[in-house]
Design a protein around this ligand. Structure first.
Ligand code: NAD
Ligand code: MG
Length: 399
């Protein structure tokens, strides 16, 4: 029997992490979980450790680590509990693992995901923010260390599946004209623009087709998620912004498409269930059962496509503009967005102000080359400070 694929799952307690453990549990003969991480959902991580019995578990703070270690010992589980950013990088680069699922949300995922890449692992990339922030550095390290990078984001996984198996990063070489990313349009696709001022975090997180973490759910409601995905597609597939299109597709059945020079369009379809791209990445190039219901196109009846309304969704053009600008602009965009979304979720910023914060930050911070990690981290920090200052100022003006 071939040896089992040994995994670290970063962000195990999140939506992607839970779906990954679900797929893994269906194939105990194929996969072995070596390490899991969570920020502060200790109860959930405890239960995951009871089932998966990893060698390591990493949590965000020392008090949580202590209590988790005690509970695991009492339950007779030998998992060693660690804490902190270094421990995340350590479990992402263990010599005994083959594969890392990078499913921490936001910039916090950059360092451990990069550690996995630098140790030449197979990296299943859900944490799109890492690539948006540091695409040039990230892709250079993928090449230098011969890591394999497999996209888990459903759109990029669909594009990957629709490209030739031997795709070498040249769209022209593969006869590709453009990449078309689909977007559901989120919960506010039909809400009158005037009503967007009053929407609540729970409304923004009630996605019509997907169940996801709160940050990406808000990003889907503003369409910044699609903007981040345009930048992600640029780095993954070597596509200039002019060759990445976005269409609104309400049903979330066509996960994305590749258009070729001869007019052929190849798409990947399926039910909106992240276990499909997760299973694809885990088993690639094989195919395994993922627990996903078969697609019933006759029950769905019709598939619709529309152009995005950029006046309703100003985050999408902001992301294209940051990509055009290049350098640290996408890192600044991402950081400003993370701060604005956190403020919205905390009730400190109106939904419609999210793009205003990002636009203002992009207009006021310096843009530099993004060829070192230090430059990226400095830009991220500067944009966060600028965004927080604006939110404080605007918050006062409202009250
Ligand atoms: P989530 O909020 O459900 O889970 C996030 C995970 O990261 C949790 O395990 C949490 O404990 C951990 N985490 C959060 N902050 C952390 C920090 N500061 N340090 C260490 N760990 C931290 O998010 P999610 O929906 O699973 O999304 C995870 C990533 O995958 C995001 O980058 C998202 O954009 C991407 N993604 C998600 C989906 C989806 O369907 N959920 C689809 C495509 C891409
Ligand atoms: Mg996506």
């Amino acid at each position: 029997m071939a040896s089992r694929q040994r995994l670290t799952i970063l962000g195990a307690t999140g939506s992607i992490g839970v779906n990954t453990l679900d797929v893994v549990a269906r194939h105990p003969e194929r996969f072995e979980v070596v390490a899991l991480s969570a920020n502060n959902q200790v109860d959930r991580l405890f239960k995951q450790c009871l089932l998966a019995r990893p060698r390591y578990a990493v949590v965000g703070d020392a008090a949580a680590a202590q209590s988790l270690q005690r509970r695991l010992r009492e339950a007779g589980v030998a998992t060693e509990v660690l804490t902190g950013a270094d421990a995340l990088c350590m479990i992402a680069s263990l010599p005994e693992i083959d594969t890392v699922m990078a499913a921490i949300v936001g910039a916090a995922g950059l360092a451990p995901t990069l550690a996995a890449v630098k140790s030449g692992k197979k990296v299943l990339l859900a944490n799109k923010e890492a690539l948006v922030m540091a695409g040039a550095v990230f892709m250079a390290e993928v090449r230098r260390n011969q890591a394999s990078l497999l996209p888990i984001d459903s759109e990029h996984n669909a594009v990957f599946q629709s490209l030739p198996r031997d795709f070498d990063g040249s769209l022209d070489g593969a006869g590709v004209r453009r990449v078309v990313l689909t977007a559901s349009g989120g919960p506010f696709r039909d809400t009158p623009v005037g009503e967007l001022d009053a929407v609540t975090p729970d409304q923004a997180c009630a996605h019509p087709n997907w169940v996801m973490g709160r940050k990406i759910s808000v990003d889907s409601a503003t369409l910044m998620n699609k903007g981040l995905e345009v930048i992600e597609a640029h780095w993954l597939f070597g596509a200039p912004p002019s060759r990445i299109d976005v269409v609104i597709h309400r049903e979330s059945v066509v996960h994305s498409m590749v258009e070729y020079a001869d007019g052929s369009v190849i798409a990947q379809l399926g039910n909106p269930d992240m276990r499909t791209p997760i299973a694809h990445g885990l088993a690639y190039p094989e195919r395994i059962e993922a627990g996903v219901a078969p697609l019933d196109l006759c029950a769905i009846g019709r598939l619709s496509f529309e152009r995005p309304d950029v006046s309703r969704f100003p985050c999408l053009p902001l992301a294209y503009a940051a990509l055009d600008r290049g350098g640290t602009a996408p890192a600044s965009l991402n950081a400003a967005n993370e701060v604005a979304v956190a403020a919205f979720l905390a009730g400190e910023l109106a939904f419609r102000r999210i793009p205003d914060v990002i636009a203002e930050v992009l207009a006021c911070v310096a843009h530099r080359a993004a060829d070192t990690l230090d430059a990226v981290i400095a830009a991220d920090g500067e944009a966060r400070i600028a965004a927080r200052a604006l939110i404080l100022q605007w918050g006062r003006r409202v009250s």
